[in-house]
Design a protein around this ligand. Sequence first.
Ligand code: GH3
Ligand code: MG
Ligand code: MG
Ligand code: MG
Length: 324
Amino acid sequence: MRAITSLEIGMQAPERSAIADKGTGGRILLVDDRPSSYEKLAPILSAEHTVDVEINPSEALFHAAEGNYDLLIVSLSLDNYDGLRLCSQARSLERTRQVPILAISDADNNTRLMRGLEIGVNDYLLRPVDKNELLARARTQIRRRRYTDHLRDNVQNSIEMAITDALTGLNNRRYMESHLATLAEQASIRGKPLALMILDIDYFKAINDTYGHDAGDDVLREFAVRIRKSIRGIDLACRYGGEEFVIVMPETDLHVAGMVAERLRRSIAGEPFTVDKGGKRITVTISIGLTTLERKGEQVTDVLKRADTALYRAKHDGRNRVVS
Ligand code: GH3
Ligand code: MG
Ligand code: MG
Ligand code: MG
């Protein structure tokens, strides 16, 4: 399926093992349409890396984006394409923006080389290419790439963890409170309604006491799944406290939010929850306090307070109900 010409590269085993560095072996796309050049470079690189040679530079960008490469090596002296232009395109494309580029340049082409570095070429080599220098520079770029990937994953994980409730996978209270202010502001500016409900499981303590804490956790997880199924992508659902959840619904008035809340309440009460790895089915009910943003610029803490008051009334009036 691939249009890349992967060359069969004959390497003798001793040579391969002598310079192999397993820790940095990566996937390299070599963009080079001169046989005299890639026939020399590819075998050197193949000793340590998996190398695809793209001899059709106009296809290179597509393959670079699809191929999940650790490094692009681009000859700046291509016969059929502007190597610099290719580097610049790779830098502007989302899928290749982070992939390091090692340029191979003719020694007499300093201006183009400088231009390449400005565009975002990470490193370069001058012809004639020294074998050890090529391997060393490729290794360095791949290592750097792995390290920045690793850092980025860590940062993403940390952010995820900071805003997610570990038990249910919903957003946590901290995230909801910071995001709610933004949603309320947007609603005010656009003159759109914003609904907010607090949902609290009825007699949850009794579930824990009767079936055990793990069964209680099962109920919380299952409840979160059902909440997710009943809301839209733009709605914000979070675990607000132990067995309390909050749903924020942008562009939703009290009437519509009331219908959503009532449907959710009925679906919870109507379909028993599975706990103890399928060993038991128990009926769970919830109470919901519902309100909307009442005026432009209203404090979100006041909105939450009003929903909480409504929830208190729902409990007081007998539970398993929606009060607004
Ligand atoms: P009400 O109908 O008035 O809401 O009664 P309730 O029993 O649901 O409310 P209460 O606030 O008395 O009890 C909530 C219980 O939730 C107490 C607490 O031990 C339990 N809980 C809080 N967090 C967790 C959790 O992560 N897992 C489990 N299994 N239980 C939790
Ligand atoms: Mg309570
Ligand atoms: Mg409760
Ligand atoms: Mg509670």
